[in-house]
Design a binder for this molecule. Structure first.
Ligand code: NZQ
Ligand code: ZN
Length: 386
């Protein structure tokens, strides 16, 4: 097991009605709040009114219209508001997109140059406004981690900014807020959580026994409750388990004692950077293709372990179990109604080369991942799920 540091400073308030603590908590930072949210779901669900009602005593400024796959322009707008209105705290209400935009805004608020500079040079990120979160989507884990993924539309770059100052200080996680999610988002979020566990499970270190067992339990939980949440959107138990799996899936507890670069995420991030597709849908497409591409003598034992411990497969030798596990993974995504080919989300071969090159350039996939892949390998993966 590798050495590790593990410190998650986010205060999680989980469960029905936890939002009541918001005024008391936000008061600690000041009166002026920038509320950051998406395209209007929070108005339709009534959450917007609930929050304004709770925060009557505060001075609220709003930045709405954060796009899924949040764009740099929204961050620039948010940073300008923070500077002009002297904002004390940012309140992100929504899923990963609103939270990620808020994180980038929080540090851009203290930076005099263009917000994109911070993505390219982390040493410029010195200070950030406090960030509070009201979570409405179970997927990214952004509510309990220090990362944010932002797209620069001018350059088609979708990259991550991360640093300890970007942890949300508090996240309200009320599973009832997930009841209104469209089926497509429930499915995409489920695929994203599962992928986060897989990315950390398939890493070069083999002796982080406890971490791998935690990962397997989380994957089994998501495989169990994803379909239930789709069938019964107001099933509290299913929503609650998925919501907590979202946070644990990417607060780095599944990486402790392990390490290495991710594989499917860099391959997917190029798809959503170039074609603005839903992140979880992209993962459902590329994950089985990646698994098939990297299954070999060197990886078969771990894939077999994944098959035995996550999919409860018992019949056959390691190779057979590994192949069956990949099949089960693909079938699971399909059963959630997720796409399995790039064609289904309107992507053709035109940019495969360019996207593969970017995936290599912007990540450690060719040098530090579970199975090192170069540009040509990634093009083949895109082709295999075209
Ligand atoms: O914009 P609104 O109107 O709010 O609608 C959203 C959006 O259209 C809707 N929605 C969210 N909660 C809802 C709801 N609709 C009804 N009821 C609710 N309760 O769902 C749509 C998707 O929301 P979004 O925030 O985009 O989804 P998600 O949480 O999946 O975030 C995706 C973004 O996070 C990045 C992805 O790349 C993508 O840009 N990621 C962030 C990570 C991180 N910070 O750690 C890691 C991930 O791997 C990922 O890359
Ligand atoms: Zn993800």
């Amino acid at each position: 097991m590798n050495n590790f540091n593990f410190c998650v400073p986010t205060d999680i308030r989980f469960g029905k009605g936890q939002i009541a603590c918001l005024p008391e908590e936000l008061k600690k930072y000041g009166k002026r709040i920038l509320m950051v949210y998406g395209g209007g779901s929070i108005k339709r669900t009534g959450l917007y009114d609930t929050i304004l009602d709770l925060l009557k005593e505060f001075e609220i400024y709003e930045l709405s219209g954060i796009e899924p796959n949040p764009k740099l322009d929204s961050v620039r707008k948010g940073a300008a508001i923070c500077k002009e209105k002297n904002i004390d705290v940012i309140l992100a209400v929504g899923g990963g997109s609103s939270i990620d935009a808020s994180k980038h805004i929080a540090c851009a608020a203290y930076y005099e140059g263009d917000a994109w500079d911070l993505m390219l040079d982390r040493s410029k990120m010195t200070k950030a406004l406090p960030i509070a979160v009201v979570l409405t989507m179970a997927a990214t884990g952004s509510e309990m981690n220090p990362g944010a993924v932002i797209t620069n539309e001018e350059t088609n770059e979708k990259i991550e900014i991360a640093g300890p100052i970007l942890y949300p200080t508090i996240s309200i996680c009320d599973p009832t807020y997930l009841y209104t999610l469209p089926a497509k988002q429930t499915a995409a979020g489920t695929a994203d959580i599962l992928s986060h566990a897989m990315e950390q499970y398939f890493q070069p270190t083999d002796d982080a026994y406890l971490t791998d067992r935690i990962s397997e339990s989380l994957m089994k939980t998501v495989i169990h409750y994803g379909p239930i949440a789709l069938k019964e959107p107001e099933n509290y138990e299913a929503r609650a388990n998925l919501m907590w799996a979202s946070s644990l899936g990417l607060n780095h507890i599944l990486t402790v004692g392990k390490g290495g670069a991710w594989s499917c995420h860099p391959i997917e991030h190029e798809l959503s950077a170039y074609y603005d597709i839903t992140h979880g849908e992209g993962l459902a497409i590329v994950t089985p293709a990646w698994m098939k591409a990297v299954l070999c003598d060197a990886t078969v034992e771990r894939f077999a372990m994944f098959g035995r411990n996550v999919w409860d497969l018992t019949e056959g030798d390691a190779r057979e179990i590994a192949e069956k596990a990949i099949e089960k993974t693909a079938e699971f995504f399909k059963s959630l109604g997720l796409p399995s080919t790039l064609k289904e989300v309107g992507i053709n071969a035109e940019k495969f080369e360019e996207m593969a090159e970017e995936a290599v350039r912007t990540s450690g996939i060719s040098t530090r991942s579970y199975y090192h892949l170069n540009k040509e390998d990634i093009v083949k993966i895109y082709e295999s799920c075209a």
